[in-house]
Design a protein around this ligand. Structure first.
Ligand code: ZN
Length: 496
């Protein structure tokens, strides 16, 4: 009997976990016809993942148990065949990606350092390679990052990132431009953010979470903590909190376009959601797309670029999170219409994107840069950097004190503020096309100002006689003005 009960429990447990796994795993890829902006928004609010929208068509990823929503909305659709598992032949396997990165790091120890920033849900490594001169030290250099394949069924960017890493490391020291980029910045590349999805050839991580819908979002999820998020997202967030990247991109397939923030807006009816850095965003997006023939000649996207909301609203995307909370300009780059093209297509795609990928990161060297230090100690300061007229915060890297405010050519005022320091504004900064204008700033600690103020007040008070007009200053009411009144006064106004 006992045996039977145990057996029964095992069966129950197995079937329960199977059902559970099936719910997470079983989704359909569906093409919708004749849809409009409102339909897309409604689906987004139902938690259905929009993958692509063009003309009146869309590709969505939908959990099996949500298919009825399409019926309820009277939408016409077809369920698409899942890509053939053999279609990935030729692409690096997960194991080969790790081996390749390790081999590159070992071959180029002076400019490469390989980090494993954590494990995926199923225990696979999240590799992040840093490429820079003096790779072991953080320098006064902008940090940039490329992250690919947060959707496991979009492997092209993984290959292009591997090619990009090889290109930088192979040409360092011989190619002037590559050498300059590696010397002047800290380049981080993560070829594979969703290794479980990659191995299982599915969009989601193995908790069933779309990693490009699970970040904090200024509209629907305005809490910048890792709590309750997919483990892969937590690793990315924790890494980002400890670094200060100023420019980045994440790579996808399923379309061919550069998508710039915002991906969501407080106003549901909007068809476009511009950041305060709109002109800069558009210019950077264009600089990538104009170097990529398929984007440049795109039929659906004028000049190969689109604003996020203009394309379709997505909540919890990585790019908006980067911009809003890290002050980092991030874009979502869709490399090819077919999610997993034949591997023989990769050399052509690399040719099409190599120049664009190099040009894109070089934006981090433009604008205004400098060091923010404590005027007394010379130590780096964690400060907020703002351009006047642009409602957007950027931050110094607290380890070094460097900031890199990318901006278009023009004349700017820069304001720098930090807790415990007197704000500083630098006017008439001229920014050109190429190298960033350097503005180093020494911030005066508030306590120093307070001490100086206190000394002045003390001197004034000690010279004063008590009369009708000054008797209010005799706070201790002992008939004279002195140090006790002064201290009481200081305490009242909370000067420290
Ligand atoms: Zn994607």
């Amino acid at each position: 009997m006992l045996k039977k009960i145990i057996y029964f429990h095992i069966i129950l447990f197995l079937s329960f976990s199977f059902v559970n796994a099936e719910i997470k795993a079983d989704y359909k890829i569906v093409r919708l016809y004749n849809i409009n902006h409102q339909d897309i928004l409604k689906l987004t609010k139902e938690g259905i993942d929009i993958d692509n929208v063009w003309d009146k068509n869309a590709i969505i990823y939908i959990q099996y148990d949500k298919l009825h929503i399409l019926e309820d909305m009277n939408l016409s659709y077809t369920v698409l065949k899942r890509p053939d598992l053999r279609s990935k032949a030729g692409y690096h396997t997960y194991e080969q990606i790790g081996e390749t990165l390790n081999a590159i790091a070992i071959a180029h120890p002076n400019i490469c350092k390989l980090y494993n920033i954590g494990k995926s849900y199923e225990g696979r490594d999240l590799w992040f390679i840093k490429i820079s001169d003096n790779v072991d030290i953080e320098e006064d250099e902008p940090e940039v990052k490329y992250i690919s394949t947060m959707h496991g069924d979009e492997p092209v960017g993984t290959e292009l990132c591997l090619n990009f890493i090889k290109y930088l490391t192979d040409n360092y020291g011989t190619d002037q431009r590559v050498t300059g980029l590696v010397d002047e910045m800290e380049i981080w590349v993560m070829p594979l953010m969703n290794p479980d999805g990659y191995v299982h050839e599915r969009r989601y991580n193995m908790e069933g979470i779309d990693l490009n819908r699970g970040f904090p979002d200024r509209v629907v999820d305005n809490v910048n903590t890792t709590e309750g998020r997919a483990v892969e997202i937590q690793h990315i967030m924790n890494w980002a909190f400890a670094h200060s990247s100023v420019l980045s991109a994440n790579f996808h397939t399923g379309a061919t376009v550069v998508n710039y923030p915002y991906d969501s807006d407080f106003d549901y009816t909007k068809n476009y959601s511009a950041t305060p850095d709109e002109d800069l965003m558009v210019t950077i997006a264009l600089s990538y797309a104009s170097l990529n023939k398929s984007m440049r000649e795109s039929y659906y996207f004028p000049s190969g670029i689109t604003n996020g909301v203009e394309w379709y609203t997505a909540y919890g995307g990585m790019q908006d999170w980067n911009y809003v909370w890290l002050g980092c300009n991030e874009m979502t780059i869709e490399l090819h219409d077919i999610k997993t093209p034949s591997f023989s297509k990769i050399p052509e795609l690399w040719d099409e994107n190599r120049e664009a990928m190099l040009t894109y990161i070089s934006w981090a060297l433009r604008g205004i840069r400098g060091l923010v230090t404590d005027a007394e100690t010379g130590n780096p300061v964690k400060a907020v950097v703002r351009l006047s007229g642009i409602d957007h915060d950027m931050y110094t890297d607290p380890d070094v004190g460097d900031y890199h405010r990318i901006t278009l050519p023009g004349i700017y005022s820069l304001s720098i503020s930090a807790d415990g320091y007197i704000n500083k504004v630098v006017n008439n900064i001229s920014v050109g096309e190429n190298n960033a204008t350097r503005i180093d700033v020494k911030l005066t600690p508030q306590y120093l100002v307070n001490i100086r103020t206190a000394i002045v007040i003390l001197k004034i008070m000690s010279n004063m006689q008590i009369n009708e007009s000054t008797k209010g200053l005799d706070i201790t009411n002992d008939g004279k003005l002195g140090i006790s009144d002064f201290l009481y006064f200081m305490n009242l106004i909370s000067l420290k």
